[in-house]
Ligand binder design. Structure first.
Ligand SMILES: [Zn+2]
Length: 567
């Protein structure tokens, strides 16, 4: 039995634990957020420790009062209190307060609710507190228009750094502010990965050892605020950012450049951002932040969560002909279909042809395994999914999590259970295909920006996959592929290309097999030689797509457009 003071104490305890697990940050309305220090015992203000107990003095003041007399009276009261039985009871309760305060992390169970923009950061911080060695919380380079940072939590064996031959993965949610389920599920995923890691779960430990994972729970916190403030029931309110721009139409339209290159038989089929010469609308800060993130992090695989339907959607999202609905194959159509199936088939019922379509005009995607080509559903110019594929080495799909864009909080836990296996299975797909390192055969130094070209030689259906990827920071490359037989060639200016046969099996939950390339440098050719013994190389050199300069031109274009919205 607790004394009356004990009841007060327990409510204070709950407040204390809540403060430690979910420290408040920022000011009202979420317009400005200060990054709070990591929650720790130092955050416990004396108000939480010096709990007012009846009969016990809690403070002295000197506003014109007889301090000596008050001090004596207080001293007497304090002695009386110490001699009373209540002192013993309260001492026990106080001890409990400190035990709970000292082990707050054990009490930080995940709370199923719609986390506001301040609580979102606090939830990520709480995960980092529980798993400091394998996580890092950071923010993208631009905030939302209303100044809310775009927070990311990273999981890796060595957070903050790309590690040789460790593929990078990302999940993004809440790009449309009123589609909120992915936001809560990513917060839960972070909490889950951390708890499982701490529990010694071998699958999660192995996933984190082999993979660098980035989770951005909200790309559009301003839209989330609008949707939430207006009740979350409207189909469109809060969809856009604070400038009324749909962020999933705001990326540079690289599909049009790609389709134009196909028509002109140009071989540029990757890293197309430098070819952008006009934009249909100003690039928004949220979009700019994500573009910068994509261009500086060697992502291999990602997914972007939406709501309003139940399907895994894969490139291309924009139709070749301009038709509003037309199946538009990408060069990696087979691989993308398998990636989308990895999600849908591990979901509770995305794959099930018997579940009801969303709305009277809805389509039963279950009849096709819960997946769809994006443009076959409806053409989307300027979307993020295709931008990833055509501007970087990343392969992205778009996942519609369900008919309800803003489900009630009591639905969230059930939705987690329905998606949990799919979340994990899809992350493991980053280890499909092959990986390796490209090096200089003489010096042994890694070669960055080498081109990796793949020819599918499985069975009788032999064809070149006209989407090349490039080696990254340490000369390492990651090439997602479906199971089959391939010829893989590495190219780099100044080196003889090298081809090797590759068999891809894609065994579940296994690291991709490693195929390294050692390229022999070509000596400079003198014009006086009269005979060019590097003719083969030169002929090749003229025909290959060039690794692009990723740093300058595109960014100038974006800045110009952003600063001159009338353009
Ligand atoms: Zn959406």
């Amino acid at each position: 039995m607790l004394s009356a003071g004990g009841g007060v104490l327990m409510s204070q305890v709950r407040g204390l634990v809540s403060q430690l697990c979910f420290p408040e940050v920022g000011s009202a309305g979420g317009r400005s957020i200060k990054v709070s220090p990591t929650p720790s015992l130092a955050r416990v203000s004396p108000a939480y420790v010096l709990i007012p107990i009846q009969g016990v003095p809690t403070e002295f003041n000197n506003e014109g009062r007889d301090l000596t007399r008050e001090t004596v009276n207080s001293h007497i009261a304090w002695k009386r209190y110490l001699a009373s039985p209540r002192a013993t009871v309260d001492a026990v309760v106080m001890f409990a307060v400190f035990v709970i305060a000292l082990v707050p992390l054990a009490s930080c169970s995940f709370e199923w609710k719609h986390h506001d923009n301040n609580e979102l950061k606090a939830a990520l911080d709480a995960v980092h507190e529980k798993c400091p060695t394998v996580t890092r919380v950071y923010q993208l380079m631009h905030t939302s228009i209303r100044g809310v940072p775009l927070y990311v939590i990273e999981f890796a064996s060595n957070p903050g750094k790309h590690k040789l031959l460790v593929p990078e993965f990302k999940y993004i949610a809440n790009m449309h502010g009123n589609e909120v389920l992915g936001r809560e599920l990513l917060l839960k995923l972070a909490d889950y990965l951390c708890d499982k890691f701490n529990e010694g779960d071998t699958e999660v430990q192995r996933l984190l050892e082999l993979t660098r994972i980035h989770l951005l729970p909200s790309m559009n916190p301003d839209g989330w605020q609008v949707a939430t403030d207006t009740g979350g029931k409207d189909y469109l309110l809060g969809r856009t950012n604070n400038n009324s721009i749909d962020l999933n139409r705001n990326f540079p339209d690289l599909d049009r450049i790609m389709f134009s290159n196909e028509l002109g038989h140009l071989e540029n089929n990757n890293h197309l951002l430098p070819m952008v010469d006009r934009l249909s609308q100003p690039i928004q800060p949220e979009t700019k932040a994500v573009i910068q993130w994509i261009m500086t992090t060697p992502f291999v695989l990602s997914a972007n969560f939406h709501g309003g339907d139940l399907v895994a959607n894969y490139p291309y999202d924009e139709s070749r002909s301009g038709s509003s609905t037309e199946y538009t194959r990408s060069p990696d159509d087979e691989t993308f279909r398998n990636l989308a199936l990895a999600y849908s088939m591990n979901h509770a019922d995305m794959w099930d042809p018997h579940h009801e379509p969303c709305g009277i005009m809805g389509y039963n995607f279950g009849k096709q395994g819960g997946i769809t080509n994006g443009a076959a559903w409806y053409s989307v110019p300027g979307g993020m999914q295709d931008f990833n594929y055509l501007s970087s080495n990343d392969f992205e799909i778009t996942i519609e999590l369900g008919c309800e864009k803003y489900p009630e909080a009591d639905q969230l836990e059930n939705e987690w259970e329905r998606n949990k296996d799919a979340f994990l299975a899809y992350m493991w797909e980053v280890h499909s295909g092959i990986k390796g390192q490209v090096r200089d055969a003489v010096s042994g130094k890694p070669i960055t920006n080498a081109i990796i070209h793949v020819r599918n030689i499985t069975g009788n259906n032999v064809y070149d996959i006209m989407h090349d990827i490039t080696s990254v920071h340490d000369g390492d490359y990651f090439r997602l592929l479906s199971a089959g037989d391939y010829e893989v060639t590495a190219y780099k200016d100044g080196y003889l290309p090298k081809t090797q046969p590759v068999q891809v099996i894609n065994a579940a939950h296994t690291e991709a097999p490693r195929f390294d390339f050692e390229l022999v440098p070509v000596p400079p050719v003198s014009l006086q030689d009269g005979y060019n013994n590097n003719l083969d190389y030169e002929a090749y050199h003229e025909s290959i797509p060039r690794p692009n300069d990723l740093s300058k031109r595109w960014y100038q274009v974006l800045l110009k457009q952003y600063n001159n919205p009338q353009n």
